[in-house]
Design a protein around this ligand. Structure first.
Ligand code: ADP
Ligand code: MG
Length: 317
């Protein structure tokens, strides 16, 4: 199968429900209509075999994960995902793999109402680059740089499960049900676009937790020129991480990546409105600390002692 037959067979047939795609796959560029009063957000993420996924993973799951991490970048900005391009580098033409991959991609894109509008297909070591395009009401995008001393720090869900899944990848002796739950967290994270409205309206800064809470919060602090103090007791740790890590569970929550929950800050004046909006939307977020003017990250231990926190998270280099 040549490059063009491959595109026709596995990607050109994608359907979508969006009337803002003037035209998509098939021309030298796609043409998209941005809504009045909205701004365009663009982000891309690459997944490399052996780094972000293992060769023996089901290509369906790889596609779902690739979409989820890209949608999560939109969620972190308070934006709605709309359109996607796919740059696919394949070692060979493997129709069964491509069928699973394109099925996972189609199902994920349908779930989020995202249109596949183009891409590029090349031969080389397996790698998948998605570029996602989203929209947000003008000037409502939530950036990393908006946090101020006194803002409360929140996370949107329990942390550590994806890191626990990675730690258990080689453990075939493990209780099957627990491993399945953890692998689902790693392979099918839930990007938090359900928080779009709350973030746009109330948050001063936000980031998605891809590299680990401490590493990602430190990006907010650096961009905002502030520091932070976390209350250890307030950090929500996934119950299975507690089960398997005991006293080390908090380290998984602080340093483990791949959870794709959001970490964000809310100014004191917005606190009441934020809580009411969360309750209205039947969502739960966890207050975990406070932004401070002193640079660096600190943690208040259960005993009340405040110690400085070594930032550890995933870095490619
Ligand atoms: P060009 O040579 O102009 O870059 P290509 O021949 O690479 O165009 O692609 C033809 C069409 O198919 C383009 O519209 C392109 O966006 C689309 N396309 C190529 N690869 C993919 C892919 N993996 N997924 C979706 N669309 C793709
Ligand atoms: Mg091309």
């Amino acid at each position: 199968m040549n490059e063009f037959a491959l595109i026709d067979t596995f990607f050109k047939s994608f359907t979508h429900d969006r009337d803002d795609v003037v035209f998509g796959i098939g021309d030298d560029a796609a043409c998209l209509q941005i809504a009045t009063g909205k701004q365009l957000l663009v982000s891309c993420d690459t997944l490399v075999a052996g780094v972000h996924f293992l060769d023996d993973w089901d290509a369906y799951d790889i596609a779902c994960k690739a979409v989820a991490v890209n949608v999560s970048d939109m969620a972190a900005m308070g934006a709605s995902p709309c359109w996607l391009t796919l740059a696919l580098t394949l070692p060979d033409c493997n129709p069964p793999w491509l069928k699973r991959f394109s099925q996972g991609l189609a199902d994920s894109l349908n779930h989020f109402n995202i249109a596949l509008v183009g891409g590029d297909t090349t031969r080389g070591p397996l790698s998948i680059t998605l570029t996602i395009h989203g929209q947000v009401p003008s000037n409502k995008a939530v950036r990393r740089s908006g946090a101020n001393a006194g803002d409360k720090i929140y996370v949107s869900g329990e942390l550590g499960a994806a890191a626990q899944a990675v730690a258990f990848l080689a453990r075939i002796d493990l209780d099957h049900a627990d491993k399945a739950i953890l692998m689902a967290k790693l392979l099918h994270p839930t990007p938090r676009i359900d928080l779009n409205h709350c973030l746009q309206t109330f948050a001063s800064a936000a980031i998605d937790i891809s590299d680990g809470l401490s590493a990602d919060l430190s990006h907010i602090c650096a961009a905002s020129n502030v520091g932070a103090c976390l209350m250890l007791a307030g950090i929500p740790v996934h119950p299975l991480v507690k089960k398997y890590q005991g006293v080390n569970a908090i380290d998984f929550a602080l340093s483990g990546g791949d959870d794709y929950e959001l970490c964000f800050t809310v100014p004191p004046a917005q606190e009441e409105g934020f809580k009411a909006a969360l309750a209205q939307a039947r969502l739960t977020c966890y207050p975990i600390g406070i932004i401070e003017s002193q640079p660096g990250l600190r943690v208040q231990e259960i005993s009340g002692t405040v110690v400085s926190l070594n930032v550890r998270g995933y870095s490619h280099f």
